[in-house]
Design a protein around this ligand. Structure first.
Ligand code: PLP
Length: 368
């Protein structure tokens, strides 16, 4: 059997249609989108069309669309907008591109509960006691797959602290079934193209207009907040992948993912799904096995042709339980790994993974 790739929360394969469009645009749009000549205008018009498409798909029609070199930039920019106004409030499940800002004096992180969810009431209490300029939380956890009640949290922020901005890292969770029910009270949203079968090094920040003019990356002023020549080809591939994946990650796909997880549960001895009863994006599943460290399980899987992750890819190699796993009070005697399906994952691949996991537990737990 070919290699089985189940690390799609880390990065996904570029869709052939997006690759084609990227190449076509790169070959036919020569002009710098900021140039005043006709070729520049042609690129500029194309970018404006792409912005409209992004607004239409995401439903954030009143927000500015800012193309970024990825979600790390988008998150850094969103937090910088917030921290230029005051203190930031974030949470224990967030990605490093957010939680590294806890180094800023006055920044606060709220814990998640044992189900991998932030308690909206805790957010209300925190905002009633202290003043924050920005709350930054994720739509879905890259490690646990849990989907936060963002709509409720947005409502609470708007009621308890109307001047506080709300930023959502929506990098994981881009699909019609998991997306925001409304854009109300959400000021900033981060996306990353390579998490939805788009190109690497490309992302989007949706920013409510009127958020100031912070010069986050200084240069020619091509975009608000972020200077730099716009990569028309990468943007074209990003928007094309968005449109395509919006169709592919449909109800049928979500159902298939839930079935994949049932196969893992029923065919692997002693396997537990982490935060199993919480609302979750069905294509990211964190599972644990007894007696083996997650890192060992992932290495063993790799030698057997199955690619998974034992924490988020960005923090792997650092040892111990990750920040998110600590936050949910994970059991250190179990090994936690993350499996993330894509629209290309098959039932046969998942069954093979379950069979291999059972083999690993049987063979390695004798050694350790
Ligand atoms: N936010 C979350 C939740 C992520 O999972 C990641 C990537 O793993 C990022 C942000 C950073 O995205 P990028 O790789 O586009 O910088």
């Amino acid at each position: 059997m070919n290699r089985i790739y189940l690390d799609n929360a880390s990065t996904t394969k570029l869709l052939p249609s997006a690759a084609l469009i990227r190449n076509e645009i790169a070959q036919t749009y020569e002009g710098n989108a900021s140039a005043s000549h006709s070729e520049g205008k042609k690129s500029r018009i194309l970018i404006e069309n792409f912005k409209e498409k992004v607004k239409k798909i995401t439903g954030f029609s009143e927000h500015d669309v800012i193309f970024t070199p990825g979600a790390t930039y988008g998150n850094n920019l969103a937090i910088s907008i917030g921290s230029s106004r005051g203190r930031i409030l974030t949470g224990d499940l967030e990605h490093a591109s957010i939680y590294r800002f806890l180094e800023i004096p006055g920044a606060v992180s709220i814990p998640s509960d044992k189900n991998g969810l932030y308690n909206p009431e805790l957010i209300r209490e925190t905002l009633q006691k202290e003043r924050f300029s920005l709350v930054s939380l994720m739509l879905a956890s890259n490690e646990l797959g849990t989907r936060q009640n963002i709509e409720k949290i947005a409502e609470i922020i708007a009621l308890s602290s109307p001047k506080t901005l709300f930023h959502v890292d929506a990098v994981q969770g881009f699909s019609p079934g998991q997306w925001f029910k409304s854009s109300a009270h959400i000021d900033l949203v981060t996306l990353s193209a390579h998490k939805f079968h788009g190109p690497l090094g490309s992302g989007i920040l949706l920013a409510r207009s009127g958020l100031g003019d912070l010069d986050f990356i200084r240069g020619g002023g091509q975009q608000k907040f972020l200077s730099g020549t716009l990569p028309v080809d990468n943007i074209a591939a990003t928007v094309s992948a968005m449109e395509e994946v919006w169709k592919l990650r449909n109800t049928e796909f979500e159902k298939r993912c839930a079935e994949f997880t049932s196969i893992l549960e029923s065919e692997t001895k002693d396997l537990l799904v982490t935060c199993a009863t919480s609302p979750r994006i069905p294509w990211i599943v964190n599972v644990s096995l007894p007696g083996l460290r997650g890192e060992i399980i992932v290495r063993a899987l790799d030698t057997m042709g199955i690619i998974a992750s034992w924490s988020s890819a960005c923090s792997s190699g650092k040892g111990g339980l990750s920040r998110s796993l600590k936050s949910i009070g994970a059991d250190p005697s179990r090994g936690y790994i993350r499996l993330a399906y894509s629209v290309f994952t098959t039932e046969a691949e998942v069954s093979e993974t379950a069979r291999t996991l059972s083999e690993i537990v049987k063979n390695y737990s004798v050694v350790l």
